[in-house]
Design a protein around this ligand. Structure first.
Ligand SMILES: [Fe+2]
Ligand SMILES: [Fe+2]
Length: 456
């Protein structure tokens, strides 16, 4: 039944893409109020409403030239599908999110903007796409755009993307792809390619040991709105940052990285509607969700054998430090160190990530939640270490201050991760130490790793 549902959703989503492409072509020939455009747009809104009826928010996500409806891959079966993906890639669009309440005027505005020529190299960057949508009064469509830190801070970012940064980003992309393929293998009943997963993690560990700083901002990257895969990779990066801070050996880091990368494989069989359901879950639904640690452990046990630490981490990552979580764990032994590390990183990434039904919260608020759960939900020493090692606001993170001024995180203040030194980009790059003022950070709008965090 879940498969049927996915197939139906995929079909409706493909129809939306087809209609967008038809409307776009008509709008190149006729003015927006012409019936040839209007009728298609009305149909488009109607089909979108079908998609929105059960969930209120849907996202079309583009990752590695693949198109997804939320987390459901859409097969590239048609020419229009490929044209749409190419168009998004050329305009650096990583997602289009639609919300209930969408009007035909808003859809017309989107179609017109999609027809605007892509930015030339060195031009303002297509982050202007969002500005233009806002100027046209569009409230029910959001565009996720891959932007560079230079776009965000007017080309004055201190980081112009060193070779180490580029390599770290490539490794992250590779990890995303490996996780995606691993999940597809498992869903299709094939054997997990453990060697490939291990090799990717080893690359990550070597890169991180060589230059830890470039990985610090990487887990803040939320470029693909494909939550599950992003989440697994982010949790792996965050866990490795904590692991290196703890002084784990390279072999231990490799094992921790693989376990963190696969910690949620037990979610693969959970219907996507349930994973992204807004509001309270029914008892039955909650029961299904609570099964994923046991299911993940079962899958990894079957695929990798009982001695693989990933089995333990998958089983224990929601058990909580005081064992008040799920599943019930025998109280005669503490949770494995790796489960305690992944447990902290898992919650932090989940809190700070956008979902189809809510926005992610700001890193400083997530950090406060982690600290308030210290000793109960989280190992107190690890919670503290996590906040220090993950960096709440990574270097080069583009932020808006509580006085409305944009700034870039310039330097961390040891022991005070929520009040770093920032560079004021509007007033001649003046450095402001947030410890010495009442001004704080109101929101983070991007990272130098090259993406926005969809907090606008
Ligand atoms: Fe989980
Ligand atoms: Fe998780």
């Amino acid at each position: 039944m879940a498969t049927d549902n996915r197939e139906n959703l995929a079909k409706t989503a493909e129809e939306v893409i087809r209609l967008i492409e038809v409307a776009r072509k008509q709008a190149k020939i006729y003015p927006p109020h012409h019936p040839s455009v209007k009728d298609i747009v009305l149909k488009l809104v109607q089909v979108m409403e079908e998609l929105l009826a059960p969930r209120s928010v849907v996202s079309f996500n583009i990752a590695q030239k693949e198109l997804f409806l939320d987390e459901i891959p859409l097969p590239d079966a048609s020419l229009t599908h490929n044209e749409f993906v190419e168009l998004c890639v050329s305009k650096t669009i990583s997602s289009l999110t639609f919300r209930t309440g969408l009007t035909s005027d808003e859809m017309t505005a989107l179609v017109e903007l999609l027809n605007d020529p892509p930015p030339e190299d060195g031009a303002e960057g297509d982050s202007s796409f969002r500005k233009k949508l806002a100027e046209k009064g569009v409230e029910h469509i959001e565009v996720g755009v891959l932007v560079s830190s230079a776009d965000l801070v007017g080309g004055r970012g201190p980081s112009d993307g060193s070779a180490a940064e580029q390599e770290a980003r490539n490794t992250r992309d590779e990890a995303l792809e490996i996780v995606w393929h691993t999940c597809q293998d498992l869903l299709a009943g094939r054997t997990l390619d453990y060697g490939n997963v291990e090799m990717t993690v080893k690359g990550m560990v070597r890169g991180l040991l060589a230059d830890r700083s470039v990985y610090k901002g990487l887990a803040a990257v939320k470029d693909y709105h494909n939550y599950t895969f992003n989440h697994m990779v982010n949790v792996a990066i965050l866990s490795l940052l904590v692991g290196t801070e703890l002084g784990l050996s390279t072999d231990q880091l490799d094992a921790l990285g693989v376990a963190a990368l696969l910690h949620d494989v037990g979610k693969l069989d959970i219907p996507v509607d349930l994973l992204s359901k807004p509001g309270k879950l029914t008892d039955d639904e909650w029961g299904t969700m609570r099964q994923h640690p046991v299911e993940g452990a079962r899958v990894l046990l079957e695929q990798c054998g009982y001695e693989n630490i990933g089995v333990t981490v998958a089983l224990e990552h929601h058990a909580r430090y005081d064992l008040s979580g799920y599943p019930t764990i025998a109280p005669n032994r503490p949770l494995h160190l790796f489960s305690r590390i992944v447990g902290v990183c898992d919650v932090y990434d989940a809190l700070t990530s956008d979902r189809s039904y809510r926005r992610g919260i700001m890193p400083d608020k997530a950090a406060a939640i982690i600290m308030s759960g210290s000793s109960k939900d989280f190992d107190p020493a690890l919670a503290k270490l996590f906040i220090q090692s993950a960096e709440v606001y990574p270097l080069d993170c583009v932020v808006v201050l509580t006085n409305g001024e944009p700034a870039v995180v310039h330097e961390q203040n040891p022991g005070d991760p929520v009040r770093p030194k920032v560079r004021l980009t509007r007033s001649g790059d003046e450095i402001l130490d947030l410890r010495e003022t009442d001004i704080g950070i109101s929101k983070c709008i991007g990272t130098a790793a090259g993406t926005t965090n969809s907090q606008e």
